[in-house]
Design a protein around this ligand. Structure first.
Ligand SMILES: [Mg+2]
Length: 284
């Protein structure tokens, strides 16, 4: 059984890591800040998240959302413009009005669109399209099968077709919670994005929260920064009923679902606020 860290202990660990400034805090969106929804369109931030992210962005040098969603989609759902948004699994970045697409992603946009159509046609002629949600996110694509009648059978058939079509188009497949992701390459990930951001901006600490297999790239990048660069980092896994073993194995601590994430971020904000009050008292 995975060992869950109590909220107060988790907040204290985040606080200790983030005391190395300039600090950075990054989080995945779906399943981490928003409860898993039946369809990608139905996902919304858990209550209280927007306020605590806004508060943390004032106290921490850099707060970012790192997601498989397209940047515009994530930014609308989170609704805190002062954050950094990394979308499409590291292929797209936006911050304060500046938007950057990875050239590898732009080059693959047509292949992704064609491959999604081809996968739809093939699965449509065998198992049917019932319960499937295809998302063309421009620089990557997703096929969700959570709502299909028999997700196990659908997952197997869809996985085989997706893999074959992806290879034909020179694309890469990653799987997550009832979803296949079509990406231009495995060499750009949430992990490569996190590493680049932390090193380029000379950040002295980093925390990343995530719940799914693609977040494990981020967890590993944080560990590499710790072991290779000596930076204090913390990989926070979020447990749900269908958490992959790699999320549990590769995280430094585990929180029990989105509710505990919200409580931990609020407890962290209180610790950082108390800091601010002490500093003001010392100055006066
Ligand atoms: Mg997630």
């Amino acid at each position: 059984m995975a060992h869950v860290t109590p909220v107060e202990d988790a907040a204290a660990r985040l606080y200790r890591v983030l005391s190395h400034e300039p600090a950075s805090l990054f989080s995945d969106f779906d399943g981490t800040l928003s409860p898993m929804a039946p369809t990608p369109d139905g996902a919304a931030l858990a209550p209280g998240v927007r306020d605590v992210l806004r508060a943390l962005a004032r106290r921490i040098e850099l707060v970012g959302i790192v997601t498989g969603r397209a940047v515009n989609d994530a930014r609308e759902r989170v609704g805190v413009p002062e954050l950094l948004y990394v979308g499409n699994h590291g292929l797209e970045w936006a911050e304060r009005g500046v938007h950057v697409d990875h050239p590898v992603g732009i080059a693959a946009a047509d292949s992704i669109s064609t491959a999604l159509h081809q996968i739809g046609a093939e699965i449509g002629s065998t198992l049917g399209l019932g319960g499937l949600v295809f998302e063309d996110k421009r620089l990557s694509g997703s096929i969700h099968y959570r709502l299909s009648e028999d997700p196990v059978t659908m997952g197997l058939a869809l996985g085989e077709i997706t893999e074959r079509v992806a290879i034909a188009h020179g694309l890469h497949v990653a799987s997550g919670k009832m979803v296949y992701e079509l990406r231009p390459t495995a060499s750009v990930s949430k992990g490569t994005a996190l590493r680049e951001i932390v090193l380029q901006r000379n950040l002295r600490s980093a925390v990343f929260l995530g719940d799914d297999v693609t977040d494990v790239d981020g967890f590993r990048a944080l560990r590499a920064l710790r072991e290779g660069e000596g930076l204090p980092t913390l990989a926070v896994g979020v447990l749900t009923p269908d958490t992959a073993p790699s999320v549990i194995a590769e995280s430094d601590l585990l929180l029990d679902g989105v509710d505990d994430v919200v409580r931990t971020l609020n407890a962290l904000d209180h610790l950082l606020a108390a800091d601010r009050i002490r500093a003001t008292e010392l100055e006066s």
